[in-house]
Design a protein around this ligand. Structure first.
Ligand code: G1P
Length: 277
């Protein structure tokens, strides 16, 4: 058993920024070169020794489930050809990992999506990856960097942050905090605000889609009131724990592509193409 054994992927959103394609294809299945975004997320989790993947999904997104299952007809048709190796790039995941799917029937926010996964988590800390934030590194993956920090601070939730332009803060959860003693990249969080206006924002340190959450986040989520749009925000639930000094924001090393936007998605494809083609 590793220090974190399960990773939750909130993948129930409709991906409306990518319409019309997302009418039939989940946004997490959009590819960076030939591999869908969801696979990059799963591989990042595997890289820290997580083999239990929990997908909070919905009835329109069966393509994700199908993707992680064997496709025996294709396998037969390419047997003993060079193309077999292409399929190995996905099939090995099925050999190593266990995938569980649970449906989120109403779109009531990220906090709500995470809460839906509760029955599958058990009494332990877990990771959350938002696959549309694609992260690349030369060294440790973002989740591995965060897991190391969690090991030193097992009572704390860890959120990944990066500096964004002041005009962009209204797309993110934004934190305020002070650097941990002796650290240049980990902050004890004092305040966090979901999608503030630039005037309201406590800083330009924005949360990106990587979290390590202690199990009592579920109690915090139960007590979290919906925001003005009727959504339960993970940022608001984390704020309860931050009041007790139990949230650390970590400025990770690496590059993050916002593949939830068309611009970031194209940029990621361009960078990967330059490196790999
Ligand atoms: C969610 C969170 C937000 C976070 C962001 C990271 O927002 O609510 O706090 O900064 O993910 O990608 P969403 O992008 O789902 O609107």
């Amino acid at each position: 058993m590793g220090i974190i054994n399960k990773c939750l992927f909130p993948v129930a959103g409709y991906g409306t920024r990518f319409l019309p394609v997302t009418k039939a294809i989940p946004k997490e299945m959009l590819p960076i070169l030939t591999k869908p975004l969801i696979q990059y997320g799963v591989e990042e989790a595997m890289n820290v020794g997580i083999f239990s993947m929990i997908m909070v999904t919905n009835k329109y997104k069966k393509a994700i489930e199908n993707y992680f299952k064997p496709h025996t007809d294709i396998e037969k048709s390419i047997k003993n050809t060079t193309k077999e190796a292409l399929l190995d790039e996905i099939n090995y995941l099925g050999e190593w990992c266990n995938f569980a799917y649970i449906e989120q029937q109403e779109m009531l926010g990220l906090g709500h999506a995470i809460y839906i996964g509760k029955p599958l988590i058990g009494n332990e800390a877990f990771a959350v990856i938002l696959p549309d934030d694609l992260c690349t590194n030369d060294g440790d993956t973002v989740l591995l960097q965060m897991t190391k920090l969690y090991e030193q601070n097992p009572d704390c939730c860890i959120v990944a942050i990066e500096e964004v332009m002041g005009s962009e803060v209204d797309k993110y959860g934004v934190i305020d905090g002070e650097l941990l003693k002796g650290s240049s990249n980990a902050y004890r969080v004092h305040n966090m605000v979901e999608k503030p206006t630039p005037a309201e924002a406590p800083s330009n340190l924005a949360i990106i889609g990587r979290y390590i959450l202690t199990h009592d986040i579920f109690v915090a989520l139960e007590r979290t009131k919906p925001d003005k749009n009727g959504e339960i925000q993970i940022t608001d639930a984390l704020m309860t724990l931050a009041k007790a000094g139990r949230v650390i924001a970590y400025k990770f090393q690496g590059i993050r592509f916002d593949c939830g936007s068309v611009k970031g998605f194209v940029e990621a494809n361009n960078v990967f193409a330059k490196e790999q083609l």
